[in-house]
Ligand binder design. Structure first.
Ligand code: KIV
Length: 260
């Protein structure tokens, strides 16, 4: 097995193409790891993709710890980053440090938090915890944005770039840029010294992050514009389960081959 990916190794990939994908438990993290991705992100998108919530807002620190510990058991080479959920860092620097420590103890190598919480980012780095930033559409602020909307258009580009620079200066080793115009992402990538990892941010970033279930087609319905389905596993799973149910009802399973 090749060497474990680390924060300094990812930081050194500025100008390259970093591959990141979310995963939420041991088997999905193992799949991503076996596929050779650089970063496995235990995203709070697990609120939507695994826990059945409408958004990431209800996700708790305890739930993140539970899923991070499971993903850590499946992830051996990729760098494991855990999201700090809504309400686990916004109140104070010490709240953020305490929450991040819990995620690191659960097996994460770094944490990701949304927005320009620069004091908290500095304190985390002082505590020995690498931080991934997140700008643009930050899902925990969906209520402020009034929906799932592209951010950083027009004059808002300057604020977004200033935030990303402040996050990098505070010591983040990389920054996720979500749902922003490709032209703004290109500027961000050029002007910010740490790797910019895009999602819905065009091709000119230093890498891409996508949600596991979007890449694999694990949910029914139309895909989001910023995603691409590389498989349609929801359909395949429903078909397989229908076949199983049919065979059980028709007494065609189990057979002698499955019996003792
Ligand atoms: O929670 C998540 O999955 C994320 C990615 C979309 C970057 O934050």
């Amino acid at each position: 097995m090749s060497e474990r990916m680390t924060a300094p190794a990812i930081r050194a990939m500025k100008g390259g193409r970093i591959v990141a994908v979310t995963a939420y438990d041991a088997p999905t993290a193992k799949m991503a790891d076996d596929a050779g991705v650089d970063i496995v992100l235990v995203g709070d998108s697990l609120g939507n993709t695994v826990l059945g919530f409408e958004s990431t807002i209800p996700v708790s620190l305890e739930q993140m710890v539970h899923h991070t510990a499971a993903a850590a058991r499946g992830c051996k080479r990729a760098m494991l980053v855990a999201d700090m959920p809504f309400g686990s860092y916004q109140s104070s620097v010490s709240q953020g440090v305490d929450g991040a420590v819990t995620l690191i103890k659960a097996g994460a190598q770094a944490v990701k938090l949304e927005g320009a919480y620069v004091e908290t980012i500095s304190a985390l780095i002082k505590a020995g915890i690498p931080v991934m930033g997140h700008v643009g559409f930050t899902p925990q602020s969906v209520n402020k944005f009034g929906g799932y909307r592209v951010q950083g258009r027009g004059k808002h580009a300057e604020t977004l770039i200033a935030d990303a620079k402040a996050i990098a200066e505070a010591g983040a080793f990389s920054i996720v840029a979500e749902l922003i115009p490709a032209s703004v992402a290109a500027r961000l990538t050029k002007e910010v010294e740490v790797p910019i990892i895009g999602i819905g941010a065009g091709l000119e970033c230093d890498g891409e992050v996508q949600v596991f279930s979007d890449v694999l087609g694990l949910a029914p319905g139309d895909p989001f514009k910023h995603t691409k389905r590389y498989a349609t596993l929801y359909d395949a799973a429903v078909e397989a389960l229908k076949k199983y149910a049919e065979e059980v009802r028709a007494c065609r399973f189990p057979t002698d081959d499955n019996s003792f």
